[in-house]
Design a protein around this ligand. Sequence first.
Ligand code: OGA
Ligand code: NI
Length: 198
Amino acid sequence: MEHDFESLISGFIKDNIGISKDFLSIELSNHLKQNLQSLMKQNLMKAAGTGNSDIISHDKAVRSDSIYWLDREHDNEYENEFFDQIDDFIKYLNRSCFAGINSYEFHYSLYEAGSFYKKHIDSFNNNPSRKFSMISYLNADWKEADGGQLMVYQNYNNQKIAPEQGTTVFFKSNELQHEVLVTQQQRMSITGWLKRDN
Ligand code: OGA
Ligand code: NI
C-alpha cells in the first residue's frame, strides 16, 4: 500500500500535485460510487457552499455541485474502509514529511451536467486548518469531450486532469489554484481535506 502513498507524495514534492492511479482499489471506488448514487436517489446530496460553516454562501455562480459528508458514525463498511486508508496515509505523511496532520473531513461530490467550480484555493482566510486537499474520482470511461477536468494553475504550467475513476490527486490547500471545468456528464468524486487543528 505504501507504494501508492509514495506516488502521491513524490508527485506533490516534484510538481506541487501528486497523482495516483491506484490509491483506491477499483472495488472500493465502485462501492463508494454506489453509496453516492444511493444518496442521490434519496435526495440527500445538498448544494455545496463556499466559505466555512460560520460564513457560508451558496453562490451558484461560483460552484454548482452538491455534497454529502462521510462519517464513521454512519457505520458504513466502505466509508470506514476509506477512512482506514486515509488514517494510514496520514501516518505515512506525518512520518515522512512531518506534516502534523491531526484531523480530516471528506464529502461525496456530485456535479450534474452543466456544473462547475470556478478558480479558487481550498483554505479559508479565517480557518487555515485545511493543509492538504485530496480528491478521488469515481467516473468510469471519461472522455475528453465530457469536460469536467480539474484545471490546475501554476504560472505557465497549467494542467488538465480528467476525473477518471481510479485517479486520486493530492495538493496543498492554501497554495494551488484550481478549477473544475464545466462538465457535460454527471461527475462523481470523494473530496476532502487533511487538517491541522491547533
Ligand atoms: C473542491 C474542488 C476539485 C475536483 O471541492 O474544492 O476544487 O476536481 N474540487 O472535484
Ligand atoms: Ni477546490
